[in-house]
Write a protein that binds this ligand. Structure first.
Ligand code: FAD
Ligand code: NAI
Length: 474
């Protein structure tokens, strides 16, 4: 196999494998190195997202939601389920199968696009601009020479000081997806995206879940009105959420005890069977030999890049979780495509203003653009329009009328500045808002577009109409 490449990508997560595919499509000789492996040592490309992130978490969210529906909402539809029981081992096997299908899909795409895949660890071994040496250690050891290198090495979970992950009692995201018996009591540190998604999974399956969050505000980065609604719903569902706490000592023995000060400063103890720690993630540059080639990292350990994902080294680029910006799979992919195109001498486009966020709880939470609190802080004059799913026919037929859609539009030009959704299928509905914002649409544009009836998307049109106080069904 050729050892000289136009592009060598280190890491085959969403940032890396997509960069490799786009580079190959553009006619560049491309290699991709990834070290992730299955329990029996086989390559498992797809990174955090495929192996222990987006995909398995969504598989378990779907399974646990089905279980909850069968137990609690089917009867309302006239469907009686007798002898309902949980086969957790099968649920986990299904999740693993979904992951494996994705791993294999990526391996197939590598083959189809004639990308040389190396299973092992990649690191800088020297070289210079236009001819970087990248060492591969693993099943196919050797040294590759690359005209361009794309670093896409992702991120790792952040541990609580003094409470290392053992993935038996103190769990990171990988451990949280592998619990083989539903814990009676589950603790979650950090009410962020992972904490709420994984907390929801295990609550639905029967665990008593307590979430401890350091910040006083729940979901502080989310539009306040949405965050308040979400907190109310999650508490009603049974999640015990304590905000403004200061987590102290964590002791793991037979079970786990978390000592913390509550929001009033009072000492408290939480005793749980398992503890998920989801307090953010840190960039992963382990074993890259960044220092050996003077690759610049920023003060937080991210690979330092400019707006175009260029590092301080000529022809060395970095994308995804290992660089600044939101740690999202689709952001990593966009950067991967843009970098491949820049390498090929084309234009690369990533619009950070229209990166959508989704929290896959039930109801789902999704947003794009500015929150009301951001607009207020920036002194932007805006108009808001909301529409509740309670008044949407399709939501009523679905039996899921929680939440609302909210549009925020510039008071002068009517241009859409942000869209916030809490409710059924918010993850799908948000796409319309992303397209609208990308095309610089006004709220009136959405209000003028014909939306199918009955569909949840009508709530988008109605919320856009509400910006001008013209809702029709409320
Ligand atoms: P990664 O996916 O982390 O991939 C990096 C790859 O590089 C890994 O395979 C790693 O093994 C490999 N690697 C690292 N160093 C080397 C080396 N030196 N040599 C060879 N290989 C190396 N995002 C969403 O958008 N939607 C979601 O629903 C979502 N859910 C998530 C759920 C969980 C539980 C978690 C933890 C994350 C979730 N994310 C989600 C975030 C998403 O997973 C990341 O943003 C995304 O995976 C980042 O992609 P990446 O390519 O930058 O890095
Ligand atoms: P997060 O940043 O979403 O949330 C971490 C939470 O922990 C914050 O609310 C923070 O205030 C809190 N926290 C930090 N230190 C704490 C402490 N010592 N004690 C108590 N609380 C503390 O991070 P999370 O949930 O770990 O997820 C990491 C990233 O992975 C996310 O930011 C997101 O980018 C990505 N992700 C995306 C998903 C999606 O798109 N649906 C799903 C899951 C993860």
């Amino acid at each position: 196999m050729a050892k000289n490449f136009d592009v060598v990508v280190i890491g085959a997560g969403p940032g890396g494998y997509i960069a490799a595919i786009r580079a190959a499509q553009l006619g560049l000789q491309t290699a991709c190195i990834d070290e992730w492996q299955t329990a029996d040592g086989k390559p498992a490309p797809g990174g955090t997202c495929t192996n222990v992130g987006c995909i398995p978490s969504k598989a378990l969210l779907q399974s646990s939601e089905n279980y909850e529906h069968a137990g609690h909402t089917f009867a309302e539809h006239g469907i009686q389920v007798k002898g309902l029981s949980l086969d957790l081992a099968q649920m986990l096997r299904r999740k693993d199968k979904v992951v494996r299908q994705n791993n294999e899909g990526i391996l197939y795409l590598f083959k189809k696009n004639k990308i040389a895949f190396f299973h092992g660890r990649g690191s800088f071994a020297g070289g210079k601009a236009g001819a970087w040496d990248v060492k591969v250690e693993g099943k196919t050891p050797g040294t590759l020479t690359a005209r361009h290198v794309v670093i896409a090495t992702g991120s790792n979970p952040r541990a609580l000081p003094g409470a290392a992950f053992d993935n038996k009692l103190v769990l990171d995201n990988a451990g949280a997806l592998e619990i083989t018996e539903v814990p009676k009591k589950l603790g979650v540190i950090g009410a962020g995206v992972i904490g709420l998604e994984m907390g929801s999974v295990w609550r639905r399956l029967g665990a008593e879940v307590t979430v401890l969050e350091a910040l006083p505000a729940f979901l502080g980065a989310v539009d306040e009105q949405v965050a308040k609604e979400a907190q109310k719903i999650f508490v009603r569902q049974g999640l015990a959420i304590h905000t403004g706490v200061k987590v102290g000592k964590v002791s793991a023995g037979k079970d786990v005890t978390v000592e913390y000060a509550d929001s009033a400063g009072k000492a408290q103890k939480l005793n749980v069977d398992r503890l998920i720690v989801s307090i953010g993630r840190v960039p992963n540059t382990d074993g890259l030999n960044a220092a050996g080639v003077d690759l610049k990292l920023d003060e937080r350990g991210f690979v330092d890049v400019d707006a175009n994902c260029r590092t301080n080294l000529p022809n060395v680029w970095a994308v995804g979780d290992v660089v600044r910006g939101p740690m999202l799979a689709h952001k990593a992919e966009e950067e991967g495509v843009a970098v491949a195109q820049r390498i090929a001498g084309q234009h690369g486009h990533v619009d950070f203003n229209t990166v959508p966020w989704v929290i896959y709880t039930s109801p789902e939470i999704a947003w794009v653009g500015k929150t009301e609190q951001q607009l207020k802080a920036q002194g932007v004059q805006y108009r808001a329009g909301s529409f509740p799913f309670m008044a949407n026919g399709r939501a009523r037929a679905l039996g899921d009328t929680t939440g609302f859609v909210k549009f925020l539009a510039d008071a002068g030009t009517d241009r859409i500045l942000g869209v916030h959704i809490i409710g059924p299928m918010a993850s799908e509905l948000i796409a319309e808002a992303v397209v609208a914002m990308e095309f610089g649409a006004a709220a009136e544009d959405i209000a003028l577009i014909c939306h199918a009836h009955p569909s949840l998307s009508e709530a988008m049109k109605e919320a856009a109409l509400a910006v001008d106080n013209r809702t029709l069904n409320l």
